[in-house]
Design a protein around this ligand. Structure first.
Ligand code: ZN
Length: 98
């Protein structure tokens, strides 16, 4: 784990649920998007195992990362993502549908 994530020294922010503000948040699957052509990416999912999902259509043409989260207070689920394309990196989140 990198120094940037070494929370024991107070350098990281405590994650909170965007629905209920609970601070008991867990990380689920991580999906990494590597562009192959216009709006198509090779997807790797890291959860209990590492899985190459295959090609998927994507909303952008750059590199992207999505992280699933859930909280202990009602098990709210959401996905946060970052996507890079042409020098810009955008972040966003949405509630998980499943
Ligand atoms: Zn919550």
């Amino acid at each position: 784990m990198s120094d940037a994530l070494h929370y024991a020294h107070g350098g990281a922010t405590l994650k909170r649920c965007p629905v209920c503000d609970d601070d008991h948040v867990h990380i689920g699957d991580v999906r990494v998007f590597q562009p192959r052509d216009n709006y198509s990416s090779q997807v790797v999912r890291v959860g209990a195992a590492i899985e190459i999902v295959g090609l998927e259509k994507t909303a952008c043409r750059g590199v992207g990362v999505e992280i699933e989260y859930w909280c202990e207070n009602g098990e709210h689920r959401w996905v946060e993502g970052q996507a890079h394309h042409k020098g810009e990196t955008r972040t966003g989140w949405q509630q998980h549908s499943g």
